[in-house]
Design a protein around this ligand. Sequence first.
Ligand code: SAH
Ligand code: SF4
Length: 375
Amino acid sequence: MAVAINAPSRTKPTILDLGRSELEREVVDSFGQSRYRAKQIWQAVHRECIDDFDAITTLPKALRNELSERYVVDPLEKVLHLTSRDGSTDKALFRLPDGELIETVLMRYKSDSHRKARKTVCVSTQAGCALGCTFCATGQQGFRRQLSVGEIVAQIIFMQRIGLAEDRAEVEDGRRDLGSVQGVTNVVFMGMGEPLANYDNTMAAIRSINDANGLAVGARHITLSTVGLAPQIIQLAGENIQINLAVSLHAPDDETRSETMPINRRYPLSVLLDACRRYVESTDRRIFFEYVLLKGQNDTISHARKLGNLLSGMLCHVNLIPVNPTSDGPYERTSRDDAELFQVELRRFGVPSTVRIEKGIDIDAGCGQLRARVM
Ligand code: SAH
Ligand code: SF4
């Protein structure tokens, strides 16, 4: 498996690059301090989301100074921060220390009959993406570089500061119990880049955000979306973690899929679905298939029938997503009615699906769209 780790060159690294045990080793071996200090530092930056060592007042001043000499907490410089008109979605554009730009989104969902209210962060794992899907704004911009562990984790911490402040304001207004202050509840790896092409850093970031003394985002509330890198899907099946896997399918046959997703030539549907079946078998977890509806391209009843045939009998769920048209892309959005007809056809094959609710259209919340507009 090819995993490239080219961390950016910067004078001081972010302490968020370190996992819990790496931080412990660093604090004990390099700083000559106790493991208890490591725990205090971890909780301060990962749970309380403090972004300045000097503000960690539980630490001795000398240690705070030493930490500041060697590390920064936050590697992200905020360039833009937008909130959608309905207040449900925030999007931030960040500049990394070497000048690269990445995007992060926070989506707030109210409770309904099926699910509790939640705050979901959509994170980027790479600056740009090498895979060139034709409907994707990130794919149209090409690959820049891998994100480090800390650059991934910092995106969630940024949104956690907002989420916690909102929850606490609701406690003050009497709209929320103190015990339910949680901030971010869910994380989806669906921002810029292909997480399984930055495998080690993505996995390390997942372990950090899942840590009970940190952000404590439950594994079942984390979803990783992949374009369909078959070998890495099999590798993920062996990790023994309870996260959700989403696979971007977007077409029911090789010809249609290769037209919009160049990766299909390397891992055609037979290879991809074989990996997916192995994943389901060894984890006993359902796979979510993402299906972006592109008008006239992959959204007819005949496509739905082929998809139904392909997935029938598999432990899976299909998310139907009307495309978020990109500025120079050729695709139009499928109507709600046609999306529902597609769904009815899938149901005939016993394949469950949901038509995804869109958020943040007015703030370019789609993957890579804000960066594209700013550039
Ligand atoms: N690289 C990974 C994860 C990032 S993209 C992947 O491809 O799965 C996250 C999801 O957004 C994918 O399902 C992707 O196909 C979808 N997507 C990309 N561009 C889109 C657009 N313009 N409209 C709707 N969904 C889009
Ligand atoms: Fe890359 Fe995913 Fe966009 Fe395809 S959809 S270009 S894999 S980010």
